[in-house]
Ligand binder design. Structure first.
Ligand code: MG
Length: 247
């Protein structure tokens, strides 16, 4: 493993001691050249991620992929991999997206810190799939090719069609000149499905994963940890380090 891409909430962080155990374990894996690299791959914003790292035991990452695959920066929150954004620009314009959804009665914009140029985020309680389909159609009529990620029956992220955790991770692996076979990923919920099902990489699903994620991963190969959250991540990393322990 040369690159580990992990979701944060519910995967390496759940407000318990397991995050500290993960930090300690992770420090034993790093060689003198700084490999494997660590990339957090989260729905959180960069600032929110940095603040969480500062107040918890989470190890300092080499990269932060934030906003559900809509931004990649180095671990200090600076020096974005801006070339990646070229893949998101087609048929996308934040202002038009904001304009179109503003015309609908019901949705309210999430606070400014939840928005970025490639992520337009709203609160919309009990939106139906028909309402979301109508929204996407209205966007198409304005030249926008968006996807709607709706979770917790309230949170709506409108993203460019190519934006997801997997595509951002692939860009990072390409940037680092690393083959997929050297990449391990970990996650617990629906927006992790794309990166967990990347062919050629190794995937860890923690024991507390949402049933919807397990359903989405049907037919793919992954390590299903018996332990929850960061303890499950440690279990998975140990498994991939030594998949066939000798008796
Ligand atoms: Mg999560």
């Amino acid at each position: 493993m040369l690159l580990f891409s992990t979701d944060i909430d519910g995967t390496v962080y759940d407000n318990t001691d397991s995050t500290a155990r993960f930090a300690k374990f992770w420090s034993t894996l790093r060689d003198t050249h700084g490999y494997p690299k660590l990339a957090y791959n989260t729905g959180r914003s960069v600032d929110d991620t940095l603040a969480l790292i500062a107040r918890t035991e989470l190890p300092t990452p080499d990269f932060i992929i934030s906003g559900v695959g809509t931004s990649i920066v180095h671990g200090d929150g600076e020096r974005p991999l801006s070339e990646f954004l070229n893949t998101l620009r087609d048929n996308w314009d934040f202002d038009i997206v904001f304009d179109v959804i503003s015309a609908i009665d019901g949705p309210r914009p999430q606070p400014p810190e939840c928005q970025n140029p490639y992520k337009c985020s709203w609160f919309w309680e009990d939106a139906t799939s028909a309402q979301l389909d109508n929204l996407l159609s209205a966007l198409t009529q304005r030249g926008i090719n968006a996807q709607a990620i709706y979770s917790s029956n309230r949170d709506l992220d409108l993203l460019p069609i190519a934006a997801n955790k997997a595509n951002a991770l692939l860009h990072l692996a390409y940037h680092l000149d690393l083959p997929r076979s050297e990449v391990v990923v970990a996650g617990d919920s629906g927006n992790d499905a794309a990166m967990l099902s990347l062919k050629g990489s190794k995937a860890i699903v923690v024991a507390n994963a949402e049933p919807a994620l397990i359903a989405a991963l049907q037919g793919t190969s992954f390590f299903h940890a018996s332990k929850t959250c960061a303890d499950g991540v440690i279990e998975g990393l140990q498994h991939f380090a030594n998949p066939h322990p000798s008796a």
